[in-house]
Design a protein around this ligand. Structure first.
Ligand code: ADP
Ligand code: MG
Length: 469
């Protein structure tokens, strides 16, 4: 397979921080802040060629640990950022500051021996806050547009007056649409305003793990104190509580205790409260007490705005065609959009020149394939909608018109128009030979009902998010 990024000139050591910075972003997405700090804070990129990468670690313990736990992740991160895997080698920091003849920027830590936990404690990473927030996830860095302005406004209100406006705030939407970003923005905003506020950000999986640990180690009292004394609790991806009865029970009490104390609670999930199965009704009903806000996939203007903002932050200049090309092709998910930009930016930085459109196509080959694979077909929409409303697939194309069939069919037509490239008459054909006026009517009607009925809006949003996966 030909190299996707051709590094014509050997990248100089000054260029490594940029590439490594992008890799680090990927690593941080995949692990907790503590783990990242423990194992990667003192790690640097020492050499990079078309086929190989050498990373410099403080000692052999790091090599051992990273090799046995994070090698796949590292490889995947190189692939993600540069478009091609690298064979990974390790080197230790030599006292002269060179590795295999390559000079290094001073690493954050130069120690021959592994660092023990206590020392680690004192050495907080400069770029991470003590709460495990990713410093990139701020309100300033968040691009607001038609599909997320409601959620954004709600988050801003909560961040400005925690516990006083919407409580709880429940954010929902598909993968990579900014739920974690907004929650952490709330946390960081509150923390910046009030240094001693106890802001707790945690995923529901961490909550469950902590809870199990507490049972095993007989430390439930400590566990409860930690959670119930929070001033602000941000709990991410609550869908993972589904099916875990004891964790739900514990969470229910935590929730009540915080809520009764007028402490701000923010929850996120991949689906609206109404779509939960395997989650206790009394818990689900509480999710609905405050405000529910949805994040939907970004439209084209937003995608371009996001790309521009991120390129600016990276201090990379790209032309309009490049932005348009990426934004038109990478649609459903901001994370993938960022991945595509990172690759183009890495190329531009390494080669000192902007890639041509053909080159970009080549660089993004697998991302574009993935997008195409994820492109939703009309059949998938019909099938998913039929399942959801418990009607027969044949009813999507039939002429039968009772409301319990007609409305799901109209929703499916609406989704077909929103999510596929099909023209009105192509969509009409796929729905049993209806004319384009019927499709247009269905689209308008669903849109209108979404404006007026929260339930319809939620259902359509949920179906869309599921289809995007
Ligand atoms: P989720 O938690 O919904 O899966 P994330 O919050 O992790 O999604 O977002 C995925 C990536 O996309 C993050 O790097 C985030 O910063 C970025 N992102 C998402 N939405 C926006 C936005 N509106 N503006 C800027 N960056 C965004
Ligand atoms: Mg998330």
């Amino acid at each position: 397979m030909p190299a996707i990024v051709t590094v014509d000139k050997s990248p100089s050591a000054e260029e490594f921080p940029f590439v490594w910075g992008k890799i680090v972003e990927q690593l941080r997405e995949a692990m907790s802040e503590d783990t990242f700090t423990r194992w990667f804070n003192g790690v640097e990129l020492a050499a990079l060629s078309d086929t190989d990468a050498t990373i410099c670690v403080p000692s052999h313990i790091y090599q051992l640990w990273i090799e046995s736990n994070y090698l796949d992740l590292l490889r995947a991160s190189f692939l993600f950022v540069l478009g091609r895997e690298r064979k990974i080698h390790f080197a230790f920091v030599a006292s002269s500051g060179t590795v295999d003849g390559v000079s290094l920027a001073p690493p954050a830590r130069r120690k021959a021996e592994p660092v023990d936990e206590e020392e680690q404690e004192q050495e907080k990473p400069a770029r991470a806050t003590s709460y495990g927030f990713n410093p990139r996830n701020t309100f300033e860095a968040f691009v607001v547009g038609a599909t997320n302005q409601y959620a954004h406004a709600a988050c801003l209100a909560v961040a400005t007056q925690p516990g006083k406006t919407y409580n709880p705030l429940f954010l929902h939407g598909g993968v990579g649409l900014g739920k974690t970003h907004l929650m952490q923005a709330i946390g960081q905003h509150i923390h910046a305003k009030k240094k001693n506020a106890k802001v707790l950000y945690i995923t529901s999986e961490q909550f469950t793990n902590d809870f199990i640990d507490a049972i095993q180690n007989n430390t439930l009292v400590k566990f409860r104190r930690r959670y119930r004394q929070a001033d602000v609790m941000l709990i991410d991806d609550v869908q993972f509580l589904a099916g875990k009865e004891r964790s739900q029970e514990e969470f229910f009490h935590t929730f009540n205790s915080l809520f009764d104390g007028h402490k701000q609670i923010v929850l996120s999930s991949d689906r609206p409260p109404s779509e939960f199965a395997n989650l206790e009704a009394r818990l689900v009903s509480r999710f609905d007490w405050g405000l529910t806000a949805e994040l939907q996939p970004p439209d084209i203007e937003m995608r371009i705005a996001i790309l521009r903002k991120k390129a600016q932050a990276m201090e990379i200049q790209l032309n309009k065609e490049t932005f348009d090309y990426i934004a038109e092709r990478v649609r459903g998910n901001v994370r993938r959009l960022e991945g595509a930009l990172n690759r183009v930016a890495s190329y531009a930085s390494l080669n000192g020149t902007q890639p041509s459109i053909e080159k970009i196509e080549h660089l993004l080959k697998d991302i574009l394939l993935e997008e195409a694979r994820r492109a939703v077909t009309m059949e998938q929409i019909q099938k998913r909608v039929a399942e959801h409303f418990d009607v027969r697939l044949a009813d999507m194309t039939s002429k039968r018109r009772p409301a319990n069939i007609a409305f799901p069919r109209q929703i499916a037509m609406y989704l077909a128009r929103e999510m596929t490239k099909g023209s009105l008459s192509e969509i009409g054909d796929a729905f049993g030979g209806r004319d384009h006026g019927t499709v247009l009517h269905a689209h308008r009607l669903v849109k209108e009902r979404m404006k007026q009925e929260e339930k319809v809006r939620q259902t359509v949003g949920f179906l869309e998010a599921q289809l995007h996966r």
